[in-house]
Design a protein around this ligand. Structure first.
Ligand SMILES: [Mg+2]
Length: 241
């Protein structure tokens, strides 16, 4: 199991790491036990527990209310420090929004999640749309490059976000702030966008675990989000010093 001490900063992806994936992002469930563990750990680690998610901060806060820790939302488009102060990057250009809104409108079952500085097009309910979506992404490649946005393919989701914005660079920023600064970072993630964090972990002297599959740089692999929750629960019950 990954080591957690009183000097750890715990940085955690949400979907697929802490929570089981659901048919749509708003249908995920936050088990009461998980919420208790996170609140306890946040207390024990003096606030050095943060979410690192593709969700917007608003969506994160809705899920975990009333718990409101430091958090990275929209893959780094939003960063909230432990003091509650939020840094946001500019919203995406309209040309990009129109392409994604058009796809969501014309293909049944697609769900467009607007995170202002990023968009996520979910097709879990319409897996057969994948080839159409992939060719649409190729068709607009020149525009994406001109507007300086990246397209990322995740688990039944296509993400669009500005160049230079990713979970890794956001973690580097958050790790410089109190109470994270000087702590041993422990990060957990499950999806391709989490690889950006695994990549910068050596720079922070941090460690990582992955869920469901092994990532380069992950010291431990949990089989399921449930196994992660059980581990967090044990660590919180035991107490960190
Ligand atoms: Mg995830």
């Amino acid at each position: 199991m990954p080591p957690v001490s009183g000097n750890t900063a715990l940085l955690l992806d949400i979907d697929g790491t802490l929570l089981d994936l659901a048919r749509t992002p708003d249908r995920v469930k936050v088990p009461a036990e998980l919420l208790r563990s996170l609140e306890k750990l946040s207390h024990q680690l003096h606030g050095a527990v943060a979410f690192v998610s593709g969700r917007s901060l608003e969506s994160i806060d809705t899920l975990f209310a009333p718990f409101q820790p430091a958090a990275i939302g929209a893959h780094g488009g939003e960063i909230r420090g432990v003091d509650g102060e939020v840094t946001r990057i500019a919203p995406l250009p309209d040309s990009i929004r129109e392409i994604f809104a058009g796809l969501a409108e014309h293909i049944p079952g697609l769900l467009l999640e607007d995170k202002k500085s990023a968009l996520a097009l979910h097709y879990r309910l319409a897996p057969e749309a994948e080839p159409v979506l992939k060719s649409a992404m190729e068709k607009h490649a020149a525009l994406f490059a001109a507007e300086k946005v990246n397209i990322l393919h995740g688990k039944a989701v296509i993400q669009v976000r500005p160049h230079g914005i990713d979970k890794g660079s956001a973690v580097l920023k958050l790790a410089r702030q109190k109470p994270f600064k000087g702590r041993a970072v422990l990060f957990g993630g499950d999806d391709t966008t989490d690889m950006d964090v695994f990549r910068i972990l050596p720079e922070l002297g941090g460690r990582g675990f992955s869920v469901g599959r092994r990532f380069a740089g992950a010291e431990h692999v949990f089989d399921t989000p449930r196994a992660v929750r059980q581990w967090l629960s044990r660590v919180a019950e035991r107490g960190v010093k």
